[in-house]
Design a protein around this ligand. Sequence first.
Ligand code: MG
Length: 330
Amino acid sequence: MIQISFHPYKLVPLKAVNAVTTTTAREGALLKVEWEGMGIGYADLHPWPEFGDLSLQQQLEDMRRKKFSAQVQQSIWFAERDVQARHDKKSILSYGVPVKNNYLISSYADLTPALVKAIQEQGFETIKLKCGKDFIGEVRALNSLDGTGLRIRLDFNASIDEAAFRKFLGELSSEVLASIEYVEDPFEYKAVHWQEMNELVPLAIDNELAKVEWSKVSARPFAAVVVKPAKTNVEDVLEQCLRRNIKMTITSNMDHPVGVMHAVAVAGEYKKSHPDLMLEAGCLTHSLYQAEAFSNLMKTQGPYLHPVPGVGIGFDQLLAEVPWQPLVRL
Ligand code: MG
């Protein structure tokens, strides 16, 4: 017997977190999954309808009717991982290796020399800049990184077209261009166009991943896949990447701290099992939102996230105090 309960929450972004969203509060739900005789595991469900996910209300309603979306199935997988770690009385991070994360910058305006100096002193080697809102400002901020030695990831969330992207690249200095590890979702995924562009600058696929028909991918239309284990079965993507020498980055779903800790744990385990395939992770996203009880318990050391006190994903006391609502019994 499995009992699933839920608790809706809101996260308030400090500013717009990418090119296609606003600063209104984001809705998600914590999930408590109780396996009879086994114990309790916790997970997060944080849909991004802007990127094609079913709404939270829809997914909860479907769960009540015992219909589980791919995203909910991943949440339940997270809960299974948590219950196992709680059963072992270990932190969920203890199964993997410590994994470095990129430093996420949601607006070029924050990319000041003072910030660059500070994050390099903290040990960050890679920054990820969300782009697609202000072409001129973004180009200027990027070109100011000349000589810093930082590795650069850009993410357009497919908010521009191919012509605009080519123009953007043309404005970057050759040193900055050479420092780009990859550009995530520059424009809408079309295998032929991406393959051509991937020769110019390494591309990574994230939200556009659903459009990829792996059986038709013969060459490398992208150099890396950004995998959000909150939404995507990691093993399925891993198999495709191994076959084609494509790298992988594990990121959070820009979700609740419960989801972030799960993503970090998955990133650490895959880094341990596939060190050459896995690039730096992108899980340090909790600080995009106003601090709340859960994020206050998260501790970072430069690009690394520490385990949260407790077992499993941690947060033991807070999770015990949540006013859970029963959702479905299986
Ligand atoms: Mg992305």
